[in-house]
Design a protein around this ligand. Structure first.
Ligand SMILES: CC(C)(COP(=O)(O)OP(=O)(O)OC[C@H]1O[C@@H](n2cnc3c(N)ncnc32)[C@H](O)[C@@H]1OP(=O)(O)O)[C@@H](O)C(=O)NCCC(=O)NCCS
Length: 133
């Protein structure tokens, strides 16, 4: 089974986005730069949360601990998955898995990413969403 070892809690994870590792994404070791992965995660989480809450005014409040378990090299295809963990009153909590399609390894898992729904005044506002789309 594809990703069998690292996908046991992956059933509800939705992989909408793929990225190709390009020369601009590499660190001095010639492997994927961690900062680039964080950039991809934050953008993907923004898109996911914005769609879930139907509001383009959502901001990152927290990104939980990040452990880079594996890396990637130039030309690898990276898949980014998102899953809702919890709907709060003004917040949404999601988890994220980033995996390497070629090696089938999980590059990193972030178990807690919190976005806050803002109103027109830029302050936290109840989103009223309780179920995933
Ligand atoms: C997001 C922001 C508007 C929230 O304002 P705030 O006064 O802290 O809001 P609150 O204390 O009412 O918290 C809002 C929600 O976030 C949750 N929250 C706040 N801090 C949290 C934390 N450290 N961990 C998990 N959840 C947290 C609260 O539980 C609440 O959720 P709920 O309404 O679903 O219960 C404000 O912190 C901010 O502007 N932060 C910077 C955001 C930003 O610019 N991000 C981009 C990177 S710079």
């Amino acid at each position: 089974m594809f990703y069998a070892m690292e996908s046991q809690n992956d059933n509800n994870m939705k992989y909408f986005t793929r990225k190709m590792v390009a020369p601009k994404d590499l660190n001095s070791n010639g492997t994927l730069f961690g900062g680039r992965v964080l950039d991809w995660i934050d953008e993907e989480a923004y898109i996911y949360c914005s769609c879930q809450l139907n509001n383009d005014r959502v901001v990152t409040r927290k990104i939980g601990s990040i452990d880079f378990n594996h890396s990637a090299i130039r030309g690898d295809i990276i898949e980014i998955g998102m899953e809702t963990v919890n709907f709060g009153t003004t917040s949404i909590t999601v988890r994220c898995h980033v995996r390497n399609k070629r090696t089938e390894q999980v590059i990193t898992s972030v178990e807690q990413i919190v976005f806050v729904n803002l109103g027109p005044d830029g302050k936290p506002a109840p989103h009223g969403v309780t179920k995933c789309k």
